[in-house]
Design a protein around this ligand. Structure first.
Ligand code: CP
Length: 324
């Protein structure tokens, strides 16, 4: 695996999930694989889980890691041909170029601006780091995808499922802010690639990009989706049209124990951070139904298996480059 930017970088999704679970049961495997290799983690947005789990996974594989919060550095200009007579003092061509000289692998978190749909869909920030850094790219959540979160979610589903084909539901939830679509898009893409029966429920007008949801059952009736569910993934997202606008009339979409009488065996998932009693009730988050901490724990194994596969690719290419 050269890059990890989405499920499209994975040759066999179910094999990767199985390998992650194997690594969880064999935590000392591959301990020295990353010796002498340097990971640069660049955050343009805040993080708790992604930062700590990825850094820990890299160190457990023997890598050297440095974290840069972009707010502590010069904010780059991303525009081609820009006349830089404004606030920005550095262009991404130099910034990413320098990072590429310092590190063997670049990990980037860059949320969407939620102002220009085409620009966000084009993933310009991630692409610029890849183009000018010229090093393997690990997405720590981009404008349209959060693949490390989705892989952790797939590990959790695999560990927790009680039947071969569980009913998996992704439901929209209320929020006080305008949130990206990266987590729900990514969850849809990965569950469908892994062969799950995916149902998506959202209020009218909040449809997700169909390129990510093709093959899912989609409804505006939350109860219809929830009935008989085995797993319910709860997440807010903002509108695609008009782009980035929050939906404000959705308070009745918040799930609590009472609402789940129609899904008595359902386990509850959320990527975190979660706003209690806005997105999800205390009674669900504090109940044995909740899998949110299992998901967060599995971030360690998602990061570990991805870094192991990316390191293996680097090492194979280095070996192939030896001229004898
Ligand atoms: N779920 C997740 O990505 O959490 P952080 O934003 O804290 O990294």
């Amino acid at each position: 695996m050269k890059h990890f930017r989405g499920v499209f970088d994975v040759e066999n999704v179910n094999a990767l999930i199985s390998e992650a679970i194997w690594m969880k049961h064999n935590p000392l495997a591959h301990a020295g694989l990353g010796k002498g290799k340097k990971l640069g983690m660049i955050f343009m947005n805040p993080s708790l889980r992604t930062r700590l789990s990825t850094e820990m996974a890299a160190r457990d594989l023997g890598m050297d890691v440095q974290v840069l919060n972009m707010g502590d550095a010069w904010t780059p200009d991303f525009e081609e041909g820009s006349v830089m007579d404004g606030q920005e003092v550095e262009h991404i061509k130099e910034a990413a170029g320098v990072l590429g000289r310092y590190f063997d692998m670049l990990a980037i978190r860059a949320f969407p601006g939620l102002l220009d749909r085409e620009a966000d869909d084009a993933e310009g920030v991630l692409r610029a780091f890849e183009q000018y850094g010229k090093k393997p790219i690990l997405s720590l959540e981009s404008a349209t995808r959060h693949p490390l979160q989705s892989l952790a979610d797939m590990i959790t589903l695999e560990e927790q499922k009680k039947k071969k084909s569980p009913k998996v539901v992704l439901t929209w939830a209320p929020h006080v802010k305008s949130l990206p679509q990266a987590v729900p898009l990514s969850f849809a893409e990965w569950t469908l690639a892994a062969g799950y029966d995916l149902h998506i429920a959202h209020p009218a007008g909040l449809g997700l990009d169909p390129r990510f949801t093709h093959g899912a059952h989609i409804t505006n009736d939350q109860n219809e989706a929830l009935a008989g569910a085995d797993f319910i993934y709860v997440k807010n997202w903002s509108k695609r049209e008009p782009y980035g606008v929050p939906y404000e009339d959705g308070a009745s979409w918040m799930l609590n124990e009472k609402r789940l009488d129609i899904a008595p065996n359902a386990r509850i998932m959320h990527c975190l951070p979660v706003r209690r009693n806005v997105e999800l009730s205390d009674d669900l988050l504090d109940s044995p139904r909740s899998l949110v901490l299992e998901q967060a724990e599995n971030r360690l194994w998602a990061a570990r298996v991805v870094l192991k596969n990316m390191l293996t690719d680097i090492l194979i290419n280095e070996k192939a480059a030896i001229p004898y």
